[in-house]
Design a protein around this ligand. Structure first.
Ligand code: SAM
Ligand code: SF4
Length: 332
């Protein structure tokens, strides 16, 4: 289960957040640490074993490492990991690791500081790299760098990012742009396109059949590389049949699929005194109603325009509606 702990962020990535940020959600509407822990405990009783903390930017939520420690103590939870932009990581990594962090994914779309500033609307690449270095300094901690390639960016940006895997700093993963929220207004680049750019420079890679992390990435190893390069190709290679994700938003909404708007409000029963059995039943229903697959192709065909970013296309053909929220409000 991906657990979003806030929908606020200290960056404004062009394909994820509107420039003005997200509408202000009062703190009381966001699940407390106790509420998140209770939902994760009930989820663990249903068989959920791995949690990913996300946001918005999870590290802007005060006391995140305390929540991490609480979740690590939930019976049945084997792993708690984090997805972050890394800019606040250096200051928090010690505490996160001592509270049991298992691995961290750091989103860095480019190693060119000017481009990084453009893509994140003002972010400081140095801060993200300091976070990456700090995380890479913990030998037992899994570290991955995530990049969402944008059409129009220079090939050398991806070649430079992949070098992080060559020198052994982190596994590097390229994620296809998904037509969700602001992402509807941006064209990305497919995993195949990026792989062929890398092959021209680094040679023919070997495929990797084993598991690295829990996700749907397909990994390869280029000759002489210490770490892997992965491709998460949700648009060009639909992997829905193997998807076991559910997403809990910061406002307590359980989503069975990234693309659809439907899901279950767990905050209301939680705050109205529902017992564990009632909440378990709600969670179970949401999980069993997981759609067979996304329809990113339909969403792409419906139009890629910034002014349509908040329009859900109501006609999904199966009675559900497409997600209207920004990716930063869902947690990616
Ligand atoms: N702030 C944290 C971060 O950037 O890692 C966590 C939240 S962010 C929403 C999680 C991931 O979603 C990031 O790697 C980001 O690049 C990715 N993302 C955001 N919008 C996307 C989109 N439309 N398509 C694909 N990935 C997207
Ligand atoms: Fe913030 Fe992450 Fe979205 Fe960038 S991708 S705006 S860092 S939530």
């Amino acid at each position: 289960m991906r657990v979003s702990v806030t929908d606020r962020c200290n960056l404004r990535c062009v394909y994820c957040m509107p420039p003005e940020g997200v509408p202000f959600v009062p703190h009381r509407e966001i699940l407390s640490f106790d509420e998140i822990t209770r939902l994760c405990r009930i989820g663990a009783e249903l068989g959920i074993t791995r949690l990913k903390l996300t946001g918005g930017e999870p590290l802007v939520r005060r006391g995140l490492s305390e929540l991490l420690g609480m979740l690590k103590g939930v019976p049945g939870i084997e792993q708690v990991t984090l997805t972050t932009n890394g800019t606040l990581l250096k200051e928090q990594i010690n505490e996160l690791v001592s509270n049991g962090l298992d691995s961290v994914n750091i989103s860095i779309d480019t190693l060119d500081s000017g481009r990084y500033r453009e893509v994140t609307r003002g972010g400081n690449l140095e801060k993200a790299l300091e976070g990456l270095d700090a995380a890479a300094g913990f030998p037992g901690l899994g570290v991955k760098v995530n990049c969402v390639p944008l059409k129009g960016a220079k090939d050398k940006e991806y070649i430079r990012l992949a070098f992080l895997a060559k020198e052994g700093k982190a596994d590097v993963r390229f994620i296809e742009m998904m037509p969700i929220g602001m992402g509807k207004a941006f064209a990305g680049r497919s995993g195949e396109e990026i792989c062929s750019i890398l092959k021209r420079v680094y040679g023919e890679p070997e495929g990797y059949d084993g598991r690295l992390g829990n996700g749907p990435a397909a990994y390869v190893r280029f000759p002489g590389f210490q770490k892997y390069v992965g491709f998460i190709s949700a648009v060009s290679h639909r992997f829905c049949s193997g998807c076991n994700r559910v997403r809990l938003t910061s406002e307590g909404y359980l989503k069975p699929c990234l693309q659809y708007g439907n899901g279950t409000d767990l905050k209301t029963p939680l705050r109205n005194g529902a017992d564990d059995n009632m909440i378990r039943k709600e969670m179970e229903e949401a999980i069993y109603s997981k759609p067979a697959s996304h329809q990113f192709d339909a969403a792409c065909a419906a139009g890629v325009r910034a002014d349509r970013r908040n329009e859900g296309d109501e006609d999904t053909g199966n009675g559900a509606s497409f997600e209207k929220r920004e990716m930063s409000r869902i947690g990616g």
